[in-house]
Design a protein around this ligand. Structure first.
Ligand code: ME8
Length: 649
């Protein structure tokens, strides 16, 4: 694990601009952003790069189909990627385009150096070419005479081309991968490449004759040719830093880590290290100064059990869910659902399930519960406990200081391996511990006994402290929600990981109520209960009553302070509500419609003068109002802020 305060350079692939940004692109860019934010949070000096890959057959063909020049298409579509990442809140430090002069200059410079050093030669080659893949296939790779990827017929092409002497680096590459266990991660991809390298490595054709393709970077030593798109594209990682010799390159390149999907493993794990080794030799520099540090490879998203296909548009639709459910929810789902390195399946149903259970329920409710408890019982302030109550708190289960230390260590280790799913799992363990802490400590019960005020204050302080540290640790993953949490606990300024220690805030703080951080959403993918026709009871069936009958019912606004399931009951929730001057316990048959935390912090309406009644052994001192139709139920709330206890008439 690298020590905090180090330099770090992270790149995503540069995306082809013949398709709109979709789920796959968004995933890599989001995890890249989370990693960049995480390393900045640790205090590292970070440079995070993304961009677009704009040359090659695919782009030329797409432009021809659209009736525009390749450059016009590139300008328009590259802007779509840039805009998309901006909307997602991605914090890239630079955005490189392969049609930029700063890129073509470095590509031509590197080609010239390799040519001069004898690393490139002119040769003759005949092969089966797929224009979709922009590559030749060997006899062994062809399936039924067709491209194994596109299942389209291949074209036999024979031509003179320039070749990079890649084969001579085969032994060196195998040795390097063996000596550096984390050069290609996770291990399954390292093994895949070592397996591939058991067969002889071919030299790499790095040019395309202009007679066949004009849309590329001209070779500096033969202008009848343009550069093969992969040779051009890989160099973006270096050209964006200004190329060897540039101050930015010399600072960041030794710490370079690439992030890619498994589809582009071979160019990154084979061509690219060989190119860099050849460049190091040509420049007379040690190979360590030119090799990247790590290649981090993730798996592929499938959609609803099917392979992602750009043509059906499902990948674009999946990405559009960020607009429906919000950036943070989208980020959370993709990072939590995909075990980094393995394939995963995307479905709206799974998305909504996680959103409701983990974001709305676990995290959102905790924030709402904790801030409401502090507002109600602490007057909106928390104070660090003194020696006696501090010692009492330290002995209370669950021990949140220990839980936090466990969470921090687990997140550190997970992020070192790009295991975003595990990092979030560890943070949710902490969220769960704090929720348990509230259930076990029952601050509303402590509040009933004035002699236990110091313990109540210590519990409230622990809740404030939990939210403070969560607001920091969550920042790389859920930047918007984390900022709102930090604001609610009066933390302004930049979050720093070093501050996420238990008891890190010595002074007291004001805490503001924060509810609805992640509103629950209805699962549209599940059929609604009932027939869909209006089946609410007709409003006029019951006999009319004089007005004063209604006036005998005392309705009041009540604030839900705490809620729990009544043991052994499926239907009942026990709510603790505040009527301003007093607190009441109200038992309501709503557990099939609301999780306990859903209502905490909400202002609802109760019948305050009902005779007490026992339900499953719990005395209910009132009744809440709720509407129902089609098997659905909704608790009545007030749409403007009124103090608890306010009369309803
Ligand atoms: O290959 N699941 O660009 P590209 C997960 N320009 N990630 C996916 C994905 C999926 N189903 N589909 C795409 C190129 N990705 C080249 C790269 S780099 C020097 C040149 C992501 O637009 C993933 O990161 O086809 C994958 O590697 C990348 O998009 C490919 O993007």
């Amino acid at each position: 694990m690298t020590a905090p305060g180090t330099t770090f350079y992270l790149t995503t692939p540069i995306y082809y601009i013949n398709a709109a940004p979709h789920l796959g692109h968004a995933y890599t860019t989001i995890v890249g952003d989370a990693m960049a934010r995480w390393r900045r949070l640790r205090g590292d000096d970070v440079w995070f790069l993304t961009g677009t890959d704009e040359h090659g057959d695919k782009i030329a063909q797409a432009a021809a189909r659209a009736g525009v020049t390749p450059q016009a298409l590139a300008d328009r579509n590259s802007a779509a990627f840039r805009e998309s990442w901006k909307q997602l809140g991605v914090t890239n430090d630079d955005f490189i385009r392969t049609t930029e002069e700063r890129h073509t200059r470095v590509v031509q410079d590197i080609l010239q150096k390799l040519w001069t050093a004898g690393e490139i030669y002119l040769g003759r080659y005949g092969g089966h070419y797929c224009s979709g893949c922009e590559r030749f296939y060997t006899e062994k790779e062809i399936v039924d005479g067709k491209c194994p990827d596109h299942q389209t017929p291949l074209t036999w092409i024979e031509e003179e081309n320039y070749f990079f002497r890649m084969s001579k680096y085969q032994d060196w590459l195998v040795r390097t991968i063996r000596e550096r266990p984390d050069f290609i991660r996770p291990e399954r991809y390292r093994n895949e490449i070592l397996g591939f390298l058991r067969d002889p490595l071919q030299d790499l054709s790095i040019s395309r004759p202009k007679t066949r393709l004009e849309w590329g970077i001209p070779l500096p030593f033969d202008d009848r040719y343009v550069t093969y798109v992969w040779f051009d594209a890989l160099i973006n990682y270096v050209s964006a830093l200004g190329g060897p010799g540039d101050a930015r390159f010399e600072k960041y390149w030794p710490h370079a880590e690439h992030l890619i999907g498994k589809d582009i493993l071979k160019p990154h794990a084979v061509y690219w290290p060989c190119m860099l080794k050849a460049l190091a030799d040509a420049l007379g520099r040690p190979e360590d100064e030119l090799l990247f540090r790590r290649l981090n490879v993730h798996g592929y998203w499938n959609i609803g059990g099917h392979k992602m296909s750009k043509s059906i548009g499902n990948v674009v639709e999946a990405y559009a869910l960020k607009d429906t459910y919000g950036n943070d929810a989208f980020r959370y789902f993709v990072m939590r659902e995909m075990a980094f390195g393995l394939d995963a399946d995307f479905s709206e149903e799974a998305f909504v399930a996680r959103l409701n259970a983990e974001l709305a329920n676990d995290l959102g409710n905790l924030v709402s519960r904790a801030t409401t408890l502090i507002a109600t019982f602490g007057g909106g302030r928390v104070q660090p406990p003194d020696g006696v109550s501090g010692a009492w708190l330290a002995a209370q289960p669950p021990d949140l200081a220990v839980e936090l230390a466990k969470c921090r260590a687990a997140v550190d280790a997970a992020m070192d391996e790009y295991a975003f799913h595990r990092a979030l799992g560890a943070i949710w363990d902490m969220v769960g511990a704090v929720n348990r802490f509230v259930d076990v400590q029952q601050p509303w019960a402590l509040a009933k006994d004035p002699a236990r005020r110091p313990q109540l204050d210590a519990v409230l302080w622990a809740l404030g402290e939990s939210l403070r540290v969560l607001g920091i640790i969550l920042a790389p993953f859920l930047p918007d929600a984390a900022a709102r949490i930090r604001q609610a606990v009066d933390q302004t300024g930049e979050a720093k990981l070093a501050d996420a220690t238990w008891g890190g805030r010595a002074a007291g703080a004001a805490v503001q109520r924060l509810s609805g951080l992640f509103p629950r959403v209805e699962d549209k993918t599940k059929p609604a209960a009932g027939t869909g026709a209006a089946t609410a009871a007709p409003a006029t069936e019951t006999p009319r009553i004089p007005k004063d009958h209604f006036a005998r019912v005392e309705l009041r606004v009540a604030e839900v302070v705490a809620a729990e399931v009544v043991p052994k009951s499926k239907k009942l929730l026990k709510l603790t509500v505040s009527l301003g001057s007093e607190q009441r316990t109200v038992v309501a048959g709503i557990a099939e419609h609301y999780a306990p935390g859903d209502l905490v912090g909400k202002k609802i309406v109760v019948v305050a003068n009902l005779e007490p009644a026992k339900l499953m052994g719990v005395e209910s001192q009132g009744m809440i109002l709720a509407g129902s139709a089609d098997g659905r139920l909704a608790v009545l709330t007030v749409d403007r802020d009124l103090p608890p206890g306010a009369k309803v008439s």
